[in-house]
Design a protein around this ligand. Structure first.
Ligand SMILES: O=C[C@H](O)[C@@H](O)CC(=O)C(=O)O
Ligand SMILES: [Zn+2]
Length: 282
C-alpha cells in the first residue's frame, strides 16, 4: 500500500510540475491479477484497483498500514465497475458489478472477493476492472448495489459552455447511505469536454476523481489548487487525482470521457459547495 501524505496549500504553491504529479496524481492503479491500494492522509481516504482474471478471484486483505484484522473493520468501501463484468462477493452474497454500477460495502464486512463475471456476460467485452474507494466509518450501513440505471441521474451544464454532462449519484444522502462516502459518476455528453465547470470548493470534504473511458491517445487537463493559484496536470485514462479540501477540481478533455467522483469528510451535503466564478480563477 502506497502512502500519500497531506499537503498545505502554501507548500503546494512552491511545488514544481513533477512534485504536483508525485503528490496528487495516482497512476498504475490497475494491474492484471492484482489489487493495488493507495492511502491518502487527506481525510484518510483509500483508493484502489482490482483486476481479477478469469478463474482467479482476488481477496481484499487489510494492508499492513491499516493495522486492522480485515479491510472493513473500521472502514466502508465503494466498489465501482469501470469496465467488463465482475462478481463481488461480500460475506457470502454475490453482486454482479458492471460498468458504472457501484456496490457500497458497509463497515464490518469481513470477506470481500472480486471475480471475473461469467464467461459471455461481459457487457462491453472487456476484462473486468474495478475501482475501490474507502473512508473510515463510525457505524455500519447495509451493503447495497446501485446499478447505474438506479442511480439518481441529472444533467448539468449546457452545450454553449461545452460542459453538458450527465451526473449519476449512487451513494449519497437521498440514496444508498454511508457514514462518509458520497460517490457517483459524471460523464460529459458527446461534443462536451468540461467537468465541474464553473468550479467549486468544499472545505469540509476531500474529493478524488478517477478518469476513465478516455481513449489511450487522449488526455484530460485537470486543474487543482486554490482558486487564485491554479495548476494543471495532464491526466490519462484510469488515472486518479486527489483533491485536498482547499483545492478546486475541474478539467477539460481532448475529447469526452467519464469520471468517478468520491468525497469524504465533515459532511455529506452534495450541495454544500462554494461556487467560484470563472472570471475569479487565476
Ligand atoms: O462536489 C461534487 C463533485 O465535484 C462532482 O460531483 C462534480 C461533478 O461531477 C460535476 O459537476 O461535473
Ligand atoms: Zn467537488
Amino acid at each position: 500500500m502506497e502512502i500519500r501524505h497531506a499537503t498545505h496549500p502554501r507548500d503546494f504553491a512552491a511545488y514544481g510540475p513533477d512534485r504536483v504529479r508525485e503528490q496528487f496524481l495516482v497512476q498504475s492503479l490497475f494491474r492484471d491479477g492484482e489489487i493495488t491500494t493507495v492511502y491518502t492522509h487527506h481525510d484518510r481516504m483509500v483508493i484502489g484497483g482490482a483486476v481479477p482474471t478469469p478463474g482467479a478471484p482476488l481477496t481484499l486483505d487489510a494492508p499492513d498500514p491499516l493495522r486492522a484484522e480485515y479491510f472493513c473493520q473500521r472502514r466502508e468501501l465503494a466498489v465501482v465497475g469501470i469496465s467488463g463484468s465482475a462478481e463481488v462477493t461480500v460475506d457470502g452474497t454475490t453482486y454482479p458489478v458492471g460498468p458504472r454500477d457501484i456496490l457500497y460495502v458497509g463497515r464490518g464486512a469481513r470477506d470481500i472477493t472480486f471475480a471475473a463475471g461469467p464467461a459471455g456476460s461481459a457487457t462491453d467485452g472487456a476484462a473486468p476492472v474495478l475501482y475501490l474507494v474507502s473512508a473510515p466509518a463510525h457505524a455500519e450501513y447495509p451493503t447495497a448495489l446501485v446499478p447505474v440505471g438506479e442511480s439518481l441521474t441529472t444533467e448539468a451544464g449546457d452545450q454553449a459552455h461545452g460542459n453538458l454532462r450527465t451526473v449519476h449519484k449512487h451513494i449519497h444522502l437521498d440514496g444508498v447511505r454511508s457514514c462518509q462516502l458520497v460517490v457517483g459518476i459524471t460523464a460529459p455528453q458527446d461534443g462536451n469536454v468540461w467537468n465541474s465547470m464553473p468550479c467549486h470548493l468544499h472545505d469540509r470534504r476531500t474529493e478524488i476523481y478517477l478518469y476513465f473511458d478516455l481513449p489511450a491517445t487522449e488526455r484530460v487537463i485537470h486543474v487543482m489548487g486554490e482558486p487564485q493559484a491554479t495548476r494543471s496536470l495532464v491526466v490519462a485514462d484510469r488515472e486518479a487525482v486527489i483533491s485536498p479540501s482547499w483545492s478546486v477540481h475541474f478539467g477539460s478533455g481532448s475529447t469526452n470521457y467519464a469520471f468517478v467522483w468520491a468525497m469524504a469528510g465533515e459532511n455529506q451535503e452534495f450541495t454544500d459547495m462554494d461556487q467560484i466564478a470563472v472570471a475569479d480563477l487565476r
